[in-house]
Design a protein around this ligand. Structure first.
Ligand code: FE
Length: 235
């Protein structure tokens, strides 16, 4: 079978958020869709390993923030490639508390939905939650980001816990020559591009530093991947 056929399915890019007690968490999801209009029911597929899965299972509520095309990779990195077990994703995120107490991310959000879980279906690595929508608002007219746009324009990739993760796409150019020290390197985890001309000043890497000169303990500023997870970009 040609797995590339699966790439032809269209998706959006969302932040699904939930709560557990006073704790808030959220994650990037591309599998949010409307099931019925009467009643207004949506579904989302969430990896069982994710903290948000634990929160939704416990609180039975979640919100969906629909992200716009101008969403910065840093927001996707924070919500898509980092775990709420390691960082507080809401510490420096613009959000509001919805009717159920679940947070609604407002950063780069053009519209949002609030939902209460009706049912869950165990599908192995993931759980599909169906939920009734009882709240929502449109915040602006910016175009929603599609998964295609995320891949093609933002050069983003999928983490291994994503329902749509495909091994093949993340292993390309593995044996490219790593000697092109003056060139740019791409993070194979999140798609971040290290440009020697720009460096990574936030991590103390000055502009003009070739990828090879970066200390071995440096990590991707977006997703935290280590140096060996970068690949040279052939231009
Ligand atoms: Fe990265």
């Amino acid at each position: 079978m040609n797995q590339k056929a699966l790439h032809k399915i269209s998706y959006g890019v969302y932040i699904v958020s939930s709560k557990k007690g006073d704790n808030l968490n959220g994650q990037i999801a591309n599998t949010v869709f409307q099931i019925t209009s009467e009643p207004m029911v949506i579904a989302v597929s969430i990896n069982k390993k994710n903290l948000t899965h634990e929160y939704i299972t416990e609180s039975k509520v979640f919100t969906v923030s629909i992200l716009s095309t101008d969403t910065p990779m840093t927001l996707i990195g924070k919500f898509g490639f980092k775990s709420g077990r390691d960082i507080d994703k809401f510490a420096d995120t613009d959000y509001k508390v919805g009717e159920t107490g679940a947070p609604v991310v407002l950063d780069s959000t053009l519209a949002y939905l609030e939902a209460r879980v009706l049912n869950s279906m165990d599908v192995g690595t993931h759980t599909i939650f169906t939920a009734e929508v009882f709240g929502g608002e449109v915040l602006n007219d910016i175009v929603p980001m599609t998964y295609e746009y995320y891949h093609q324009v933002k050069k983003g990739t999928a983490p291994k816990t994503a329902p749509t993760y495909l091994k093949e796409g993340n292993e390309k150019m593995e044996q490219s020559d790593k000697k092109s020290a003056g060139g740019k390197y791409r993070c194979t985890v999140c798609g971040y591009i290290y440009d020697p001309a720009v460096g990574d000043p936030d991590s103390g890497i000055m502009p003009g530093t070739s990828f090879g000169e970066i200390p071995g303990d440096w990590v991707c500023p977006i997703c935290g991947a280590s140096k060996p997870e970068f690949e040279p970009i052939k231009e």
